[in-house]
Ligand binder design. Sequence first.
Ligand code: DAH
Length: 340
Amino acid sequence: MLTKIAVLKQEIEAFSASTRDDVEQFRVRYLGRKGVLPALFKAFRTVPVHEKKQFGQELNALKNLLEDKVNRLKEELADCGDSPAKGVDMTLPPEMQALGSRHPISIVQNEITDIFCKAGFKVADGPEIEDDWHQFSALNFPPEHPARDMQDTFFVDKGAHEMLLRAHTSTVQVRVMESQSPPIRSLMPGRVYRNETVSARANCFFHQVEGLYIDKGVSFADLKQLLLYFAREMFGKKSDIRMRPSYFPFTEPSAEVDVSCYICNQKGCNVCKHTGYLEIMGCGMVDPNVLENCGIDPKVYSGYAFGMGVDRIAMLKYNVNDLRVFFDNDVRFLKQFTSA
Ligand code: DAH
């Protein structure tokens, strides 16, 4: 038996492995449950008492040798992986991994979100399937308002509990005001749906970013300053904005915001239709009725809100003149945004 151990020692020392599989097979052959070493330990029981000491020592030394060998081989192979299969030319350049990219709408949405987050806004989320209250009633839409017409809104269920696909992110304003108390400074990006004929300028779904600020003593001047900051971050330091009176049921007064055309620097071009300005969003002071509907006292608090179309800003930014390319998901278009 001593000679057997000596032979085994030589065998083990001489063993070399080139793959992790080799090591595993080696380990199983010697140390596995039905391996050589357990068999020797079994045989050890029948060794005469006076020889037990020497055998025991030899056997333990063999076990240590084996374990060291297995560990060392594993370590050596861990760094370099398995050796290549036969026939693989290791001198060839590696195959390039195709890089994924963010969708241009996501890129622009993240950019908008980052700009407002720097001004202290926190992102809030709401459901895409909504009820009449959050889409219309709480936002001060009179019952006969044309926007309630089925031509604009996709109704999911026209029954007693009318459910619809939200047609603007202003729905999330209501949810935020209902669940939080002022001061509120929320930014609400999301997808919206409208029953529009699909064309170069319109789609049945698109993306908006909504903003809401409610506190004591919030004024229109605060709103204007924030939007000027946004325009300069988004469209360049030289940008200017102008506000035109407008109407939304949920804001009073309301305005439409234009940014100076960053393409022609207000000299006049096709994109701004020679007006020098690009329309980018709607905004206004939150109507006291809306505050009241959402459980906020309009005698104590005031606030502003704004909402912009992400897709429209992405079209301006990337000089895309057909909205549909954003949704065709043609890889040749999308992969242009890889490095962003
Ligand atoms: N909800 C409006 C729309 O979809 C956009 C909007 C306008 C949002 C004015 C606002 C706002 O918060 O104050 O056209």
